[in-house]
Design a protein around this ligand. Structure first.
Ligand code: SF4
Length: 220
C-alpha cells in the first residue's frame, strides 16, 4: 500500500482521539482539492498492514484513550483490499474506523468495496469548492454526507454537531504540524497544503522543518 503521511493521535479528523492515516493516490481530482500532492499513485511511500498495525498499537500504548483510526486521502478506497485488511484488524482491537472518500456510498457499493464493510463512519462525495462549508463537522462541502455504518456511533452524538476544527501540533521533533480543516487563515499562514509534514513519530524523512497545512480528504 502507499501512504502520504500519518499522525498518531489527533482530535481533528473524527470523533475522539484518533490515529490518522493519509493514503497516497486519488484519481478523482476534484477542482479545489487541498491535497493534490496525494493524487499521484506513485508518490508517498510504501508500507504494509503489519507496519501500520504496529504503529497503531504503539500509539494506543502511549495514549490508552485512542478511540479509532481515520483513513483519509488521497482516496482510501482506491487501495481497498489492503485497507480492508487493516480496518478489519483495527476493529478486532476494539477501535473504530472512519473513512473519508470522494466516492459516494452508492459508488463504493457498486465498486464492490471490501473496506466499506469494516467502516463505522464514512464521509462521502467529491469536494465541491463552490459548496465549501466550515460549519459541518468533518465535512468539507455541503454535498458531502456523514454515514453511520455501524452501531458504534449515533447521529445525536454532540461531537458530530460542532463546527470544523484544526489542530496546530508542535511535536517532540520541533516540527509544527497542522491537522484538520484547512481554514483560510491556515492556508494563508502555511500554504495550500503541498508542504505536508513528516509523519509524527517517524524516525526518518525529508519533511519540512516548519508547519504545513495538513488537511483531510475530502474536507478541503
Ligand atoms: S478532495 Fe479528496 S477525492 Fe477529491 S481530489 Fe482531493 S483527495 Fe481526491
Amino acid at each position: 500500500m502507499r501512504i502520504w503521511s500519518l499522525v498518531e493521535a489527533t482530535e481533528a479528523e473524527g470523533p475522539g482521539l484518533r490515529f490518522a492515516l493519509w493514503t497516497q493516490g486519488c484519481s478523482l481530482r476534484c477542482p479545489g482539492c487541498c491535497n493534490p500532492h496525494t493524487w499521484n499513485p506513485s508518490g508517498g511511500r510504501t508500507t504494509t498492514v503489519a507496519e501500520l498495525l504496529a504503529r497503531v498499537d504503539a500509539a494506543r500504548a502511549r495514549r490508552p484513550r485512542l478511540e479509532g483510526v481515520s483513513l483519509l486521502g488521497g482516496e482510501p478506497f482506491e487501495q481497498d483490499d489492503a485497507l480492508a485488511d487493516l480496518a478489519a484488524r483495527v476493529r478486532a482491537r476494539g477501535l473504530t474506523v472512519m473513512a473519508y472518500s470522494g466516492y459516494r456510498l452508492e459508488e463504493l457499493r457498486a465498486r464492490g468495496s471490501r473496506l466499506l464493510a469494516h467502516c463505522d463512519l464514512l464521509v462521502d462525495g467529491r469536494y465541491v469548492a463552490s459548496l465549501r462549508t466550515t460549519q459541518r463537522r468533518f465535512v468539507g462541502s455541503t454535498n458531502q454526507r456523514l454515514h453511520f455504518l455501524s452501531a458504534a456511533y449515533t447521529p445525536d452524538d454532540p461531537r458530530f454537531h460542532a463546527p470544523n476544527t484544526a489542530e496546530l501540533r508542535l511535536d517532540a521533533d520541533g516540527v509544527l504540524r497542522v491537522v484538520g480543516f484547512p481554514f483560510a487563515s491556515i492556508l494563508a499562514a502555511f500554504g495550500p497544503g503541498a508542504r505536508g509534514p513528516r509523519e509524527s513519530g517517524a524516525t526518518s524523512g525529508s519533511g519540512p522543518t516548519a508547519g504545513a497545512a495538513k488537511t483531510r480528504s475530502p474536507g478541503c
